[in-house]
Ligand binder design. Sequence first.
Ligand SMILES: [Fe+2]
Length: 256
Amino acid sequence: MTLVDIHCHMLPGIDDGSKDWPTSIKLAKEAVADGVTHAVVTPHTLNGKYLNHKKDIISLTRQYQEMLDEANIPLTVFAGQEVRLSGDLIDAIEKDDILFCDEEGTYMLLEFPSEDVPTYAKDTIFKLQGYGITPVIVHPERNNRILKEPEVLQTLIEQGCLVQITASSYTGLFGSKVEDLSRKLIEAGQGCTFASDAHDLPRRQYQLSEAYKKMAKEFSPELAESWKENSRKIINGENVQMDWRPLKKKKKFWLF
Ligand SMILES: [Fe+2]
């Protein structure tokens, strides 16, 4: 059975993910043990700390695939990027220095700074759409602004963005607030797939299958299957839509 991970940091030595090749091999083994068959490897870029160029990522990904094949690890990897919303993003697109989840350049993983959603997000997303790109907003449930004002995400979904929730957010690794928001977003259809966002960190194991199991139990096995299918569609550049609705508002109690 196919299980696709569209977001992980398994390439060695180029961001805060794997530190070296043995770690990359270890992470691949963990992914396979969790049931993953295909992974888009997505180093950070344009985030002020890491600038990883398309050609370097492609070459490292090829090397990685060769190593996986030699070690008989049944994982197919594709070159991608986790792209930070940045003033340099459109220039990088123009220079053909951006990688996508799919070959055709339809789906791009878009990350916000962890504290905020910049005011120019809307405008940049509009520009990206002009290039035929659909941004997939990564882990909004971990963004401090969205945690406080979840309706900020809704305006970006209205604009046409998709949303990826991190598996371990929903399984509770980052605490109950992040877990609760993950659940609320799922409930409102404001997400379309899980990804591992795997790094080589203690306590940060592959939890993709655990998240899908939890979703099947808390919501339905059909929803879990459709989210798995969405990851497959994303890497194939096929149409993915989110059947979403506004988040339930907290009840207000007025004093007279
Ligand atoms: Fe990431």
